[in-house]
Design a protein around this ligand. Structure first.
Ligand code: C2O
Ligand code: CU
Ligand code: CU
Length: 527
């Protein structure tokens, strides 16, 4: 379904493992983009109080077809929470779900007890309150389930939402700032549907290994939506809320745009580009100019995440992905042996490869149709933010983290997804860091897939990838970083403010099936 195609649309849902085909054909007109309600909480005795209720619901992604889903205060996904730097917030979370869930504030610097990770479970009918100060720079963050071994299925069903943090510096910038009008939140998620309309979520080996992927694009819970632009310049806030799929975003006419922000804040200056790559958990803010009045589509290449060596360089370059670029192709042709012969004949015969080859797709994310009488473009600010200085010399120590996925039998037994050879153990603290210190975390990928490595509590900086400085698009504040196969990425992190000798924060792969399968560890920050 390309740009400008309207009217009859056929959507195919296919179980990636069995190959069972189910076609959901619907004669729906293209749907308008849904903007999640903006929720600013209630001011009560100096706090900003939010009431969030986790619940099951039914959603209509296709006309006349009902999909059981999970949402927060609604049937699928949740409201956009609006916070201001300096606020003290209280999140009152209640759950009507039949299973234990959590709500994690991804990207937030807060006390471990407020983090919403697996140590803050909310049982069926239960509740949980998180209280914390907003000590973030302006950006967008997100909240989602982090239930022990259940993050994948819960997020997939809809347990996620966006968070806007505002601060004085960002409000003073001359940027589109009218929520849902020229400042557009976009939660991007691929989903697979069965013929009865239900989501397909499979934890069979292939889906665990690759992560759960779908062939239908949902944006804010709408299939390939349309957005009518009433101003010449749009600010798009992209969250890759997919369980496993990486995307390269760009426009169908190849137009350039400006990236203005990364995970945790603004870049120092707007970055002209024609594409943005986001792995699960990563975010970007971009400004696109539609003053030419022509309809334009935001597309996403679903990228291969398998392969050897220098994949990262190929992925982040400008221009369209060349079909032959994928290291996967070489690997399939047998031109390059896997590291230690990683994927052997047996798996190939098992037909796993067929499924993997299938993972590269192009999606339409959003059809933008400029309306008549648009508001005129404003001038792009030349400077956006002053970023903290990066000095590796500040680091008191370097820690190594080796990501691996044992293949074959080891993985099938569930012991294959590891960091430093260890699978997640709720009872084990893997690392202890001292508060008010700076460290280098050196993350090495020993597997054949790219992994988005996410660290709680901090916004970090990327020092280098295999010794090379990161691209401009990665020079801002980050909480999630892709580590490509064979790559070593060095991060600079500073730990501040909050300590708890017993209660840990998490670091993990943000492919949720990898996280659930054990590619996660725990650290405490102590005095
Ligand atoms: Cu977005 Cu540990 O999570
Ligand atoms: Cu997080
Ligand atoms: Cu992973």
């Amino acid at each position: 379904l390309g740009a400008g195609a309207f009217g009859i649309a056929a959507f195919t849902g296919r179980d990636l493992l069995t190959g069972r085909n189910a076609t959901l054909a619907s004669a729906t007109a293209r749907s308008q983009l849904r903007i999640p309600p903006l929720y600013s909480g209630e001011r009560k005795s100096g706090e900003r109080v939010f009431d969030l209720n986790l619940r099951h619901g039914v959603s209509r992604f296709f006309e006349g077809i009902e999909t059981p889903t999970i949402g927060i205060n609604q049937s699928y996904l949740g409201p956009t929470l609006e916070l201001n730097a300096g606020d003290t917030v209280r999140m009152n979370v209640t759950s009507d779900l039949p299973e234990t869930a959590t709500v994690h504030w991804h990207g937030f610097h807060l006390p471990a007890r407020a983090d919403g990770g697996p140590h803050q479970p909310i049982g069926p009918g239960g509740s949980w309150t998180a209280r914390f100060d907003v000590r973030q720079r302006a950006s967008m963050f997100w909240y989602h389930s982090h239930a022990h071994r259940r993050s994948g299925p819960q997020v997939y069903q809809g347990l996620a939402g966006m968070i806007y943090v505002r601060d004085n510096a960002s409000e003073a910038l001359d940027l589109p700032n009218d929520y849902g009008v020229d400042d557009i939140p976009l939660i991007v998620q691929d989903r697979a549907f069965a013929s009865d309309g239900s989501f397909i979520y499979s934890t069979r080996m292939h889906n665990v290994m690759m992560g759960m992927m779908g062939d239908t694009m949902l944006v804010n819970g709408v299939v390939e939506p349309v957005f009518e632009a009433r101003s010449d310049r749009l600010r798009l806030r992209l969250v890759n809320g997919s369980n496993a799929r990486f995307y390269r975003f760009g426009f169908d006419d190849g137009r350039s745009f400006h990236q203005i922000g990364t995970d945790g804040g603004f870049l120092a200056a707007p970055l002209p580009t024609d594409n943005v790559v986001l792995a699960p958990g990563e975010r970007a803010q971009v400004i696109v100019d539609v003053s030419d009045g022509r309809p334009v589509s935001l597309l996403a290449d679903g990228l291969e995440i398998m392969g050897m060596g220098n994949m990262g360089r190929g992925m982040r370059g400008s221009g369209r992905m060349r079909e032959s670029d994928g290291p996967m192709g070489n690997w399939m042709m047998g031109e390059r042996g896997g590291r230690d012969g990683m994927m052997g004949e047996r798996e190939r015969r098992d037909g796993m490869m067929g499924g993997m080859m299938d993972e590269r797709r192009q999606f339409t994310v959003l059809d933008i149709r400029p309306a008549e009488g648009r508001t005129k473009a404003i001038v792009m600010p030349r400077r956006l933010a002053t970023l903290p200085r990066i000095d590796p010399g500040d680091a008191v120590r370097t820690r190594r983290f080796v990501l691996d996925m044992g293949m074959g039998m080891r993985m099938m037994r569930g012991g294959g997804f590891t960091i430093n050879g260890k699978s997640m153990d709720m009872q084990r603290i893997d690392e202890t860091v001292r508060v008010n210190t700076t460290e280098i975390w050196q993350v090495e990928n020993a597997s054949m897939m790219a992994h988005p490595f996410h660290i709680h509590d901090v916004q970090f900086r990327i020092l280098d990838r295999n010794g090379r400085a990161p691209d401009a698009a990665e020079q801002g504040l980050k909480d999630t970083v892709v580590v490509y196969p064979g790559e070593t990425v060095r991060l600079l992190l500073r730990f501040e403010d909050y300590t708890d000798a017993d209660l840990p924060y998490m670091y993990h792969c943000h492919i949720l099936e990898h996280e659930d399968a054990g590619m996660m560890g725990q650290f405490t920050v102590t005095v």
